[in-house]
Design a protein around this ligand. Structure first.
Ligand code: NA7
Length: 534
């Protein structure tokens, strides 16, 4: 059987860097990737308008000074084709492709206790053996197609934003219906509206969206950031969100009404996540959060011409930031177009999909094409889709029956030498996920190096460390407003999924410091089992 030191599942930004890192340590590695290219989420999410909501100069690898100096991002926020182009460039520049098996799906990952090796089996009938397995399967990689009654009856094409066809889809002259108003829909809607004859948006929950104020990156800005990259990257690593944007530490409750308005307006003008990360109390105090919500609602009412439509677009009933904030270009303005209509599924619930459209309680809405922007089985979906078995043949899905638990978001007791990049319990999706990937990869790389030097054959989270970590992550979220919405952070968007708050809310910097102290103390919480004498 084919043997490797490390098998890495997934060739997104986590998997690509993991490969580069373990190769540099002299270990043999194989990446297995279901797609036909590198890029992970940026390979699959090709819908019109797909764009990163973190600034491109920040959402890019920092591990190579040459790479960050030579690459030129055209826009403040990169579009999907540019991010994919970047991922391909990285793969070529570091000669990664020779160790990536594309169009290959991992079916099972099974630990052989006697041999102390993992067996990784693929849909192509291959089986590989490895000492270590790194699951770089991504946080948002399993699209969720909701169980919409009658969906099979619809006669036109059905698209999912996270599974968009490689060739452009042309909506010119077509009537389009889109279900969902999360980040993906909020990015796609303005694009589809410009092309389609008519677009009907089916909204269940209105979301808070902040303008990106995107535009071409000026050459001076790019040069300035490149000159300051080392300091900016250090600042990102020392920040809450893993980004170098200023985190102001203003407290809403301490501001006078006019100061508040001024700072909210400043944040709005800066765009994107600035409004969430500028304030210390925004995710701590319901009253403070409500002031920010009301500010955004005023912006929506001032933008959307029809007051009834504006009111339906105003989010109510969940705090700003408790569902991931959306970042848009012309989203609310799109509802001023004569060819766009909004159906509120809360007041007029979905009945069934028909052959020609969607029937709500009060009306039939006909369209030619249906777009589902209905999200993901986040953070655990990809792992649940693989038959992962640790000691004693125990299945990971069984271990996680009451909710996922991984020590530092990285390791599960009973699953030795298996590491999850940006797993449940890591800050990942609440931070700049690219930096979160780098931090996890470097930490795992260091741990593997440590084990190599000391002749350690098995690295395993001690029993209880994973569930303790998950409990603390969940308790920390409960002390904030993050847990006060039916979000994918909580698994609430997938029927039957245990409701456990998965991302680490205390900040990227706090998490990274915790990982560092675990390492500095000789990897506390891990059992390090030496190789058996020959
Ligand atoms: P999200 O943010 O999970 O949004 C999914 C949307 O689809 C959301 O508006 C949902 O409404 C809606 N939805 C899901 N199922 C249904 C059904 N059955 N009926 C009506 N509406 C439904 O996914 P995205 O892809 O937009 O973004 C995911 C992340 O990717 C994002 O946070 C960024 O990190 C990038 P709901 O809110 O559940 O009422």
């Amino acid at each position: 059987m084919n043997q490797r030191d490390v098998i890495i599942v997934g060739a997104g930004f986590g998997g690509m860097y993991m490969l580069h890192r373990v190769r540099a340590m002299g270990l043999s590695a194989q990446v297995i990737e279901a797609g036909s290219e590198v890029g992970g989420t940026w390979y699959w999410n090709r819908y019109p308008g797909a764009r990163c909501d973190i600034e491109s100069m920040s959402y890019s690898y920092s591990f190579s000074e040459e790479l960050q100096q030579e690459w030129n991002w055209p826009d403040r926020y990169a579009v999907q084709p540019d991010i994919l182009r970047y991922a391909k460039h990285v793969a070529d520049r570091f000669d990664l492709r020779r160790d990536i098996a594309f169009e290959t799906r991992v079916k099972s990952v099974v630990f052989d206790e006697a041999a102390r090796r993992w067996t990784v089996s693929t849909n192509k009938g291959e089986a590989l053996r490895a000492r270590h397995v790194v699951m770089a399967t991504g946080c948002l990689s399993v699209p969720k197609t909701p169980d919409l009654p009658g969906l099979e009856r619809f006669q036109g094409p059905v698209y999912h934003t996270a599974h968009w066809p490689p060739a452009d889809v042309d909506f010119t002259g077509r009537r389009v219906g889109i279900v969902g108003t999360g980040s993906s829909a909020i990015q796609a809607i303005p694009f589809i509206a410009r092309q389609a004859r008519h677009l009907t948006v089916f909204q269940r929950t209105a979301n808070y969206s902040i303008p990106a104020w995107n535009g071409p990156l000026r050459e001076e800005t790019r040069r300035e950031i490149k000159r300051n990259y080392p300091a900016l990257r250090r600042k990102s690593r020392a920040s809450y969100a893993g980004d170098y944007a200023d985190e102001y530490h203003l407290t809403i409750a301490k501001l006078t009404p006019s100061e508040r308005e001024l700072h909210f307006e400043r944040c709005w003008q800066l765009g994107g996540f600035n409004i969430q990360y500028a304030f210390t109390d925004i995710m701590e105090s319901a009253e403070a959060n409500e002031l920010a919500c009301e500010f955004v609602r005023r912006k929506i009412r001032a933008t959307v011409n029809d007051p009834a439509v504006a009111e339906r677009l105003c989010p109510k009933g969940h705090p700003l930031g408790a569902k991931r904030l959306c970042v848009d270009t012309g989203y609310y303005e799109t509802y001023n177009r004569p060819n766009v209509s909004l159906v509120d599924l809360k007041s007029d619930p979905l009945g069934t999909i028909t052959a020609t459209g969607l029937r709500t309680r009060s009306a039939d809405h006909d369209f030619d094409d249906l777009v589902l922007a209905t999200g993901f089985d986040a953070m655990t979906g990809a792992l649940a889709g693989i038959d992962i078995r640790g000691r004693g043949g125990q299945a990971l899905v069984e271990r996680w029956r009451d909710g996922p638990a991984a020590y530092l978001g990285l390791a599960v007791a009973g699953f030795p030498n298996m590491f999850i990049i940006t797993g449940p319990g890591s800050p990942s999706v609440l931070a700049n996920v690219l930096l979160a990937c780098e931090q996890n990869v470097e930490w795992v790389g260091d741990l593997l190096g440590y084990a190599e030097r000391l002749g350690i054959e098995l690295i395993e989270a001690e029993p209880g460390t994973d569930s303790d970590w998950a409990r603390k992550v969940s308790e920390a979220a409960d002390r904030t407003l993050y847990s006060k919405a039916n979000s994918w952070y909580l698994g609430a968007n997938v029927p039957g999924k245990p409701r456990v708050f998965m991302p680490y809310v205390e900040g990227f910097c706090v998490y990274a410091a915790k990982c560092d102290s675990v390492a500095a103390d000789g990897y506390t919480g891990f059992r390090l089992i030496p190789a058996r004498p020959n």
